[in-house]
Design a protein around this ligand. Structure first.
Ligand SMILES: Nc1ncnc2c1ncn2[C@@H]1O[C@H](COP(=O)(O)OP(=O)(O)OP(=O)(O)O)[C@@H](O)[C@H]1O
Ligand SMILES: [Mg+2]
Length: 435
């Protein structure tokens, strides 16, 4: 017979191994660091300019950052900060290298979601975040999943639940309840509005006083910040049910959206959500706050089935919000019924030579039409390895594997990102100025 004590002992054994893997993966101080990028990568893969044009520009202006020269090679290696400085200062054919951003609008928010486990959500979210940062965008990632895959991939392993989406929701409950209790009684009807009391167990946690910036952590990428998650945040699903009961008027699904509304419009360009493989309070917050949905799906029949049931459940949940809630309740900048500017299905772990995968891609396109991303994420060995070492292909040094494996992996994610960027720009266009 086994009890919780046995489970705990097994967990402790596992934690030891985890610590060892982290030690092998991150730098000696257990902190994740970002490598430098070679002049070949910076010119041809990041800026998309000819390598000799790039070298010429550097030679012509000695005040530009010159990177570090490798001991026995001709390549220069640039840090992300140097790449960004070059992007700001260089012009090629009189054109700026800065990525497009509609003026005066807030950051665009994209959720990578599917209630199917293992669909490739975290892998896609990690690669999109890195590709967008290399493209010059400032990114905030929000990890809605207590499995915390994305947080760990970004080197954020020491996280308390107060500083996760759970904390954001509890803080929102406290503030919204206070606001409701302080509003003037409905003068016209003469009825007093009910006062909602929260127990000290909630109000005494100090979450009500946390500032917006308290939830945001820096990462090893200087232009990517993160709101991480952790295993303890799983309790939110239990707690949130109780919270709703304490204040039934609280629009729980809009907590994160309201929080994001308070971040200055210009602080980030892209806010990316990695979602848990389940419907719940956290995933509903992610979906509600998102301007666009990216739905990764594996290329098999079962995955097609699960993806179909995902959109069914999501539709039902959003319909419940649209009709079950008083539309005059404030939900922040996003209103009810919830609308998305763009939706895409994205096939993952796709093998172009596999007849079943080809047939499934075809079926997806027949059923979902233009909502299917043209470029699937291909199955690559580099990513299988990267899962183990918690890194994206962009973080991996191409000298550590065959150049062909790295290029193939990189080019599949480049294509997926390129298409994502088009969808993102179209969603940004559709976003109302004051949304
Ligand atoms: N393109 C790919 N090529 C090879 N392996 C992949 C690829 N995409 C994902 N994987 C692997 O599939 C597994 C699941 O991927 P991932 O963790 O991204 O899925 P997920 O949808 O986030 O899972 P969960 O539902 O548990 O959050 C991982 O081991 C990952 O390394
Ligand atoms: Mg995941």
């Amino acid at each position: 017979m086994y009890t919780h004590e046995d489970l705990n002992a097994l967990r402790n054994q596992s934690l030891k191994l985890q610590g060892w893997i982290r030690q092998q993966t991150f730098s000696p101080e257990m902190e994740k660091t970002l490598r430098r990028f070679s002049s070949w990568e910076v010119s041809e893969l990041i800026f998309r300019v000819n390598q000799s044009t790039f070298r010429g520009k550097l030679a012509a202006d000695p005040s530009l950052p010159g990177g570090e020269v490798e001991p026995e090679g001709r390549q220069r290696w640039f840090s992300l900060e140097e790449v960004n400085e070059l992007r700001r200062r260089l012009k090629v054919n009189r054109k700026s290298l800065m990525p497009p951003r509609p003026e005066g609008k807030r950051a665009i928010r994209a959720a990578v979601a599917n209630f199917k486990g293992g669909a490739g959500k975290s892998t896609v979210a990690l690669h999109l975040a890195h590709a967008a940062a290399l493209d010059g965008y400032r990114v905030l990632v929000v990890d809605f999943d207590p499995q915390a895959t994305l947080s760990h991939s970004m080197g954020l392993t020491d996280v308390a639940e107060d500083y996760t989406v759970w904390g954001i929701m509890a803080r929102d409950l406290i503030r919204e309840t206070e606001r409701m209790n302080n509003r003037p009684a409905a003068a016209e009807s003469g009825t007093a509005l009910p006062r909602r009391e929260l127990p000290p167990a909630i109000t005494d946690m100090g979450l009500g006083d946390l500032r917006i910036s308290d939830f945001i952590r820096r990462t090893s990428w200087s232009t990517i910040d993160a709101i991480p998650s952790c295993a303890n945040a799983a309790f939110v699903e239990f707690a949130s049910a109780q919270y709703r009961h304490l204040n039934p008027e609280w629009s729980f699904f809009a907590a994160v959206s309201r929080y994001l509304d308070q971040i200055p419009d210009d602080a980030y360009d892209l806010i990316l959500f990695d979602c848990p493989p389940a419907i719940g309070y956290q995933s509903m917050n992610a979906v509600f706050a998102a301007d666009m949905l990216y739905i990764p799906s594996g290329p098999g029949y079962w995955e097609y089935d699960s993806t179909t049931s995902f959109i069914g459940q999501l539709a039902e949940a959003l319909e419940d919000l649209a009709y079950g809630f008083d539309k005059t309740l404030p939900t922040g900048k996003i209103g009810l019924p919830k609308t998305f500017c763009e939706l895409r299905f994205l096939l993952t772990r796709y093998e172009p030579g596999n007849a079943l995968h080809l047939a499934m891609f075809d079926a997806f396109q027949k059923v979902f039409g233009d909502h299917v991303a043209q470029y699937p994420v291909e199955m690559t060995r580099a990513v299988e390895q990267s899962g183990r070492f918690l890194s994206s292909v962009y973080e991996m040094d191409y000298r550590e594997m065959t150049r062909e494996t790295w290029r193939r992996a990189r080019s599949t994610f480049d294509n997926v990102y390129e298409e994502f960027r088009g969808v993102m720009l179209s969603a940004w266009d559709k976003l109302e100025d004051d949304a």
